[in-house]
Design a protein around this ligand. Structure first.
Ligand SMILES: Nc1ncnc2c1ncn2[C@@H]1O[C@H](COP(=O)(O)OP(=O)(O)OP(=O)(O)O)[C@@H](O)[C@H]1O
Length: 468
């Protein structure tokens, strides 16, 4: 079953409809669904799909030759192309007369096996392919390679791409389509622990409970996700040990540079280097209080971008010895599951609610079209304490703002919390019209629903609405 990717397919189709030469550079973490997306895109098109192997140059050229021959119905006895240049010139000649797509998947493998492929490609693009209607996709999983050696200004291919697409994991909404047999609450829990990587989501066993799935995937040595984040880290970094410490520090709650440095016992100048590498790899991202000037703000905090990493570094990495000794399931029951409400409440649910708003905003389902969506934290000068909004979305020119609170708790006084949210609006004084939104794991009380009826600018969102 193919899920989501509507935007990506729309982008590809739009580029394809231009009818001229296109070079789309597509990249994204392993297992994020690049190949599946490309296959969906080419399913109704004439296409040569070549996936480079982690092998030497002659093997890659041989496979490439065979793909070309089979596409043009040339008998294999014709022998392989002698060089990449010959193969690509052949493609260029054919592409003068007919429209087709050429996909080179896992491009870094081919380029690592033969360092001159990038220059050969550049030369052919400039002198031959540009005049054809070839639709070409170069795809790869090594983010640093694709950004530096393909898109980067030092690459021979710099400036040749007509579009670039970074493929991200699913948001909670698309991820939930891969777990339809579960309750809404379990869907959020699964997304919080596994994240949005389609391949990981495809490992969920619908016949097992949420807990059984998490135990099977993470808490035994043969579990599919037992070692996955470190294996991926090793692919991108030569010395992952220090990076493991940095990510563990963040997963355990440190989010500012100083706190992270203290936790890993390194000075801030070294820590910042590690953090920057992890930011470049998109394993981390930085968040700023809503409205801050990002270029100047000193309030940025570091967050782990993917829930699989977040969960793994918080609960699996530090328990590896126990898991290897065969007590993984007990650790999960005793130490992990009881902590999940806190983990989701503090680290995931807010993001899920923001994703919901981003989707609703695109569908024009909010009271106004928001031009910025984020969260805010800072000083409340009236109450003389730190304060925050889980959600802030605004339209500055219309002077409208939406303020929100997200509660992943089993019990709380909803009326009190809603009133608290409304009463904090003075912290955002620059608007004329205020709207409020509240998200809750558990159903609202009658009194809260009454409040919503009387206060037209207030919306109470229930868990099931997140999936509509
Ligand atoms: N859009 C999708 N809908 C449903 N399942 C998907 C989708 N995308 C990916 N998957 C699942 O994830 C698996 C891995 O996806 P895919 O091979 O496309 O990832 P990739 O980014 O090309 O990975 P790699 O870089 O490791 O080759 C697929 O076999 C499929 O099970």
């Amino acid at each position: 079953m193919f899920v989501g990717r509507e935007e990506e397919l729309k982008t590809l189709e739009k580029l394809y409809s231009k009818g001229n030469f296109q070079l789309v550079v597509m990249y994204g973490r392993r297992r994020v669904g690049k190949t599946t997306l490309i296959n969906k895109f080419i399913e109704d098109k004439k296409a040569i799909f070549f996936a480079a192997q982690e092998a030497n140059d002659s093997i890659n050229l041989e496979i490439f030759s065979q793909k070309i021959y089979s596409f043009f119905d040339i008998p294999l006895s014709a022998g392989n192309f002698k060089t990449w240049n010959d193969a690509l010139e052949f493609i260029a000649e054919k592409a003068k007369k007919q429209r087709f797509t050429l996909v080179i998947d896992e491009f870094p493998y081919a380029a690592e096996a033969n360092n001159s492929i990038k220059s050969i490609l550049q030369n052919i693009i400039d002198h031959k392919l540009k005049e054809t209607s070839l639709f070409m996709i170069l795809c790869g999983s090594q983010i640093s390679f694709m950004e530096d050696e393909v898109l980067g200004h030092k690459s021979p291919l710099f400036g040749r791409r007509t579009a670039q697409m970074k493929i991200e994991g699913f948001d909670y909404y698309d991820a939930s389509k891969m777990m339809h047999s579960f309750s809404d609450g379990d869907k959020i829990k699964l997304y919080s622990c596994i994240g949005g990587t389609p391949h990981y989501l495809s490992q969920i066993d619908a016949s097992l409970s949420f807990e059984e799935n998490i135990k099977d995937l993470y808490f035994n040595v043969s579990g599919y996700l037992y070692d996955e984040p470190t294996m991926l880290l090793k692919q991108e970094l030569r010395e992952p040990a220090m990076y493991n410490s940095v990510i563990t520090a963040i997963a355990s709650g440190a989010s500012r540079l100083n706190d992270i440095s203290t936790r890993i016992s390194e000075d801030t100048s070294k820590t910042i280097k590690y953090l920057n590498t992890l930011l470049n790899l998109r394993i981390l991202h930085k968040e700023y209080p809503f409205g801050d000037n990002i270029a100047k703000s000193r309030k940025g905090i570091y967050r782990i971008s993917d829930n699989c990493y977040n969960f793994w570094y918080k609960y699996v990495f530090l328990n590896k010895i126990g898991i290897e000794q065969g007590i993984g399931h007990t650790i999960a029951d005793k130490n992990v599951f009881p902590d999940l409400t806190d983990y989701i409440g503090k680290q995931v649910f807010e993001e899920v609610c923001r994703q919901y708003l981003i989707r609703q905003n695109k569908l024009s389902n909010l009271s106004f079209v928001a031009t910025r969506i984020g969260s805010w934290w800072g000083q409340d000068n009236v109450e003389k304490k730190q304060s925050d909004f889980d959600i802030v979305a605004d339209n500055k020119s219309e002077k409208k703002v939406l303020l929100g609170e997200c509660k992943w708790r089993n019990e709380f006084d909803d009326v009190k919390e809603i009133e608290k949210l409304i009463n904090k609006a003075y912290l955002m004084p620059e608007y004329e019209k205020y709207y409020f939104i509240f998200f809750s794991k558990v159903p609202y009380t009658k009194a809260a629903k009454e409040l919503e009826k009387n206060y037209t600018n207030l919306r109470l969102v229930t868990l099931d609405e997140l999936f509509k």
